[in-house]
Design a protein around this ligand. Structure first.
Ligand code: SF4
Length: 251
């Protein structure tokens, strides 16, 4: 059984690696010379591999993959947003997080810090994570649709989103969370559909590549419209219930 699991692991990670290279527009990775020395598979055992194996579980052996992806991104100049950035903001948190928050792009404070959601919006998101959900920022993963600060905080443009989206998709594939929480219009229109309205359509489950996705307001919107915090709390409660977290009645 252990050998079968290892074979499934090898297939699983090879497929992930090939998909990653394909999505960022590269050919297959070069094979290390040492791999040519490996013995061939025992074909008699392959037919006995079960359809579903715990070896392909969601977080097994994945902590290095986010690092690999960050290395692939490098000093990225795939879109014009690289020109004005101080720091590329890749994302931070647990590589095996059950919950991933996706915002639209780094703001001024995040650009300076090289970290996501550290300004006023970030402080509000941190309060939601810590005070409302009873988690820490280290328990979850926080990232954005684009990794570089759009000038004057404008919305990221279509070509910029298209250039950066493969990296967000890879982050989500690697982490494979139980829930994605989409923060604000840009993230929702990127991961759900182009004409999605957060105001009209939040509060219901969607999905992205099979992962349940809850749309809600961006913390920056909540700072401008504090009355919308109540609706956001309803969305957060739905996420907590799905994750099996205890929901406090007073929010
Ligand atoms: S926004 Fe994304 S694609 Fe554009 S330069 Fe930054 S990391 Fe590269």
């Amino acid at each position: 059984m252990r050998v079968e699991q290892e074979i499934r692991d090898i297939f699983y990670h090879t497929r992930e690696l090939l998909m990653a290279y394909q999505e960022i527009g590269l050919g297959p990775p070069p094979l290390p010379a040492s791999s040519l020395e490996l013995p061939g598979p025992d074909k008699s055992g392959l037919s006995q591999i079960p359809e579903h194996s715990s070896a392909t579980g969601p977080h097994r052996g994945r902590s290095a993959s986010l690092k690999d992806l960050r290395e692939d991104l490098g000093d990225c100049r795939r879109c014009k947003l690289h020109r004005g950035r101080k720091n590329l903001v890749f994302g931070e948190g647990s590589s095996s997080a059950d919950l991933v928050f996706v915002g639209e792009g780094p703001g001024h404070d995040e650009d300076l810090a090289g970290r996501p959601f550290v300004g006023e919006s970030g402080k509000l998101l941190t309060r939601i994570i810590e005070n409302a959900m009873g988690l820490t920022r280290e328990d979850v993963y926080i990232c954005n649709v684009v990794k570089c600060h759009p000038p004057k905080n404008r919305d990221p443009e279509t070509d910029e989103i298209e250039a950066c989206l493969p990296f967000l998709k890879r982050q989500l594939q690697i982490i494979n969370p139980r829930v994605i929480c989409c923060l604000g219009r840009v993230a929702c229109q990127t991961l759900i559909r182009r004409d999605f309205s957060v105001t009209r359509e939040r509060g219901a489950w969607h999905e992205f590549t099979g992962i349940p996705l809850m749309p809600t307001f961006h913390p920056a919107y909540l700072l401008r419209n504090p009355s919308a915090k109540r609706e956001t709390w309803e969305d957060i409660k739905m996420i907590m219930k799905r994750m099996g977290l205890e929901v406090k009645t007073n929010g």
